[in-house]
Design a binder for this molecule. Structure first.
Ligand code: NAP
Ligand code: MN
Length: 268
């Protein structure tokens, strides 16, 4: 086992990072930020999203562990007073993991360039200046012309994030698929969209074609793509990614308990 710590910059997170590194040393567990097999994220969900982004090319060999010093901490199982328990679990680890589906995002730009992303939560496409207009294709067949603020395409575990705010359903992450949610769609006698979220299965391909004069902006989790004046987004393709994210199973709260804890709370 080789452990790396990816921490937010708060004092509390930095303090925990030092404590964990000390615990690892005392137990002869190797620390390796270049090629880890376990990545401990210390912070909130945002930190975990950044850790995921940082180690995106090594997803097959990494299991993630989340320690909570953020606000909500949907992805984080460990509390700050549990450093000792965490080190014990690492020592006794048998290598088990839980995997969740991810989203492929392929973008084509007006200057012929392309970019590929993988999202853990979601990708959004939005226009802050004017109505976003785009043609929505499902498996290469034209489905609808969307007009509105934008669209949110989310993974199952991202369904409790932005997707939830735009009225999407929460998806069981055992379902390998992704979800399309509308943001303030225009619906009247002239313009029409489906008006409800869609959940796609494992093989679906969703394509969005934008107008030539589009000023839409693309996001992938925490990252916003800055385009400048010389090129704009032309086409986006979404599908389930081949890779999955793995979380270490020595402590991994069941998804529905996580949802209850994050959104309902209280005693039971
Ligand atoms: P942030 O503003 O701190 O995130 C917004 C909230 O979403 C935080 O409370 C965050 O938890 C929580 N969150 C993140 N992923 C979640 C998940 N899978 N399930 C449930 N809650 C989740 O920004 P950030 O920390 O950089 O996170 C980026 C994410 O924020 C984006 O991927 C997007 O999903 C979400 N977001 C939501 C809206 C909206 O709902 N209107 C707008 C923009 C972005 P922590 O407090 O632990 O960070
Ligand atoms: Mn956050």
């Amino acid at each position: 086992m080789k452990v790396a710590i990816y921490s937010s910059t708060t004092q509390e997170s930095q303090r925990l990072k030092r404590m964990i590194i000390q615990g690892l040393e005392q137990n002869q567990i190797e620390y390796d930020e270049e090629h880890p097999t376990v990545v401990i994220s210390i912070g909130g969900d945002g930190t975990l999203l950044s850790a995921f982004n940082h180690y995106q090319d090594q997803l097959d060999s990494i299991r993630f562990v989340g320690m909570h010093t953020g606000h909500l901490g949907f992805y984080t199982d460990w509390r700050t007073f549990e450093v000792f328990d965490l080190i014990e679990s690492l020592k006794n680890d048998s290598g088990q993991s839980v995997s969740y589906p991810l989203l492929n995002v392929d973008a084509k730009f007006s200057d012929g360039t392309k970019k590929h992303f993988v999202a853990l939560n979601e990708s959004t496409i939005r226009d802050m200046v004017k109505t976003m207009v785009c043609d929505v294709y499902i498996n290469a067949e034209l489905f609808e012309r969307f007009r509105g603020d934008g669209l949110c395409i989310s993974t199952p575990t991202g369904s409790t994030a932005y997707n939830k705010s735009v009225g999407g359903a929460i998806m069981d992450p055992k379902i390998v698929g992704f979800q399309l949610g509308e943001m303030a769609s225009l619906n009247n006698r002239v313009f029409r969209t489906l008006g409800s979220p869609i959940i796609f299965g494992a093989d679906a391909v969703l394509t969005l074609r934008l107008n030539d004069d589009s000023t839409a902006v693309l996001s992938c989790d925490r990252t916003q793509l800055m385009l400048g004046n010389t090129r704009h987004l032309m086409e986006l393709t979404y599908s389930v990614a081949k890779q999955q994210i793995k979380f270490a199973k020595f402590r991994h709260t069941n998804f529905w308990l996580r949802v209850k804890d994050s959104f309902i709370g209280g005693e039971s």
